[in-house]
Design a protein around this ligand. Structure first.
Ligand code: NAD
Length: 439
């Protein structure tokens, strides 16, 4: 089939490449000319494992191309996916200006007699589909189209396998013709397809992300009780997670969830519920527990180092999770900036995210030293803070790391290491919700 994706970011580019991989012909549109130039030159603007090969292979096979022209994309495609940002506004509700603009732009180029399915893949509040439909109709009286909701559930860091092998495909549609076309788009993926009405599909995405955030806050609240009682949250999570009704995923205690999705989607769901007159106060508590995590963590560091001003602190990890270069709304970045605000001398290391953190002005390179390796970051440090659970951090030569540090003090914000091993190596090791053991 001929498909168009408007917005070639983490969702749009990876979706486009995966659709091409299964045999569709895909045009990815973006209005960021720099991004389009890079993609046309064979450069990939984001890091996502497996993406570069996928893009190169499908461009070479002439199944994938890039343009800045919505008209080009819409003209050549039966199905048009919208994958533009839906950032939060100050009050937590979703800024829908990107979606509204794309709806108008699509209306401006839809030609009479060309039936199109317009698919919302961006995460949007319930009832957005109705608004998109009304907007296109307002700006193009003769357009023949249907609007479908098809929320995306990929996880950054494993977006390619997630898209190639999804748990489920949700298609929110009010019309058989559009549903049939959507089923043909997804047929090659051999995944379970759930067809719903448009409103339900939109709600599924916010409800799913909020539930995952709730699981994280739940285990973080349990971790606080573990710390107060001497229990070990890892064991508790294993014991809870072995119950098939609960599952072990998303029961990892740490310094809290971040990234471009969970914080904004929880906020959005709270705002949506409030606007509909059905307040969802449980989610407000999820947010409160989440933001408390970082306070509790920094308090532990302060407890050990007393005053943070002038202390040399190494931070491993800047991205919001491993295997991505995405530093948007990363708790690790928040941590670094709070340490800097207290006058600490921070040296940070991240395998993929450091450049973007500086480019996007999330950290000030005049105030945060960036190291080329984890070991280099540890040089002279009075404490080592683990902020992202990159696998490579677990495979360091810890004898060397210890030698380089001024004081062998580790605060593992992601419970990445084994406390026994760290103790045997001679570190004073603090984890989240696990008994502290001193060397
Ligand atoms: P992104 O910022 O990485 O990409 C969005 C792209 O859209 C950018 O390249 C931008 O230049 C482009 N764009 C903006 N306006 C445009 C326009 N008028 N015409 C053409 N291109 C335009 O964002 P993302 O992370 O891919 O997220 C997109 C949507 O998908 C959001 O609603 C997000 O909540 C949702 N989502 C994200 C993820 C994730 O893990 N990143 C997962 C599931 C859902």
């Amino acid at each position: 089939m001929d498909l168009c994706i408007i917005g070639s970011g983490y969702v749009g580019l990876v979706s486009g490449a995966c659709f091409a991989e299964v045999g569709h012909h895909v045009v990815c549109v973006d209005n960021d000319q720099r991004k389009v130039d890079m993609l046309q030159a064979g450069k990939i603007p984001i890091y996502e494992p497996g993406l570069e090969d996928l893009v190169h292979r499908n461009v070479a096979a002439k199944r994938l191309r890039f343009t800045n022209s919505i008209e080009d994309g819409v003209d050549h495609s039966q199905v048009i996916f919208i994958a533009v940002p839906t950032p939060p506004q100050v009050d937590g509700s979703v800024d829908l200006t990107y979606i509204e603009r794309v709806a108008r732009e699509i209306a401006g180029v839809l030609k009479e007699g060309q039936y199109r399915v317009v698919v919302d893949k961006s995460t949007v509040p319930v009832k957005t589909g109705e608004k998109v439909e009304a907007t296109i109709k307002r700006y193009n009286k003769s357009a023949e189209f249907d609007v479908v909701s098809n929320p995306e559930f990929l996880r950054e860091g494993c977006a390619v396998p997630d898209l190639m092998n999804p748990d489920r495909i949700v298609i929110g549609s009010a019309n058989d013709r559009a549903t049939d076309l959507m089923k043909r788009v997804y047929e090659p993926f051999h995944a379970p397809i759930l067809v719903t009405d448009v409103n339900s599909a939109e709600l599924i995405k916010h409800a799913a992300n909020s539930f995952l955030s709730l699981k994280i806050s739940y285990i973080n609240a349990v971790a606080a009780i573990c710390e107060a009682s001497g229990a070990d949250v890892e064991m508790v999570a294993d014991g809870i997670g072995m119950d098939k009704r609960i599952g072990r995923n998303f029961l990892n205690a740490g310094i809290g969830y971040g990234g471009s999705c969970f914080p904004k989607d929880v906020k959005a769901f709270i705002a949506i519920a409030r606007q509909l007159g059905t307040p969802f106060t449980l989610l407000e508590e999820v947010e409160r527990i989440n933001s408390d995590q970082l306070h509790r963590y920094i308090a532990k560091v302060r407890e050990a180092l007393w005053v943070l001003k002038d202390k040399k602190i190494a931070v491993w990890g800047m991205t919001f999770k491993p295997d991505t270069d995405d530093v948007r709304n990363s708790v690790a970045i928040d941590l670094i900036n709070r340490l800097v605000a207290e006058g600490a001398q921070v040296t940070a290391y991240d395998p993929k995210g450091a450049e973007k953190a500086v480019d996007w002005k999330l950290v000030d390179p005049a105030k945060v030293k960036l190291a080329a390796t984890p070991a280099e970051a540890a040089d002279g440090a009075e404490a080592l803070l683990i902020a992202t659970e990159w696998k490579e951090f677990a495979n360091q030569d810890f004898a060397d790391v210890k030698k380089r540090m001024h004081t062998p003090l580790v605060f593992d914000g992601r419970n990445l290491f084994n406390p026994e091993t760290m103790r045997e190596l001679g570190f004073t090791y603090h984890a989240m919700g696990r008994p502290s053991r001193n060397a």
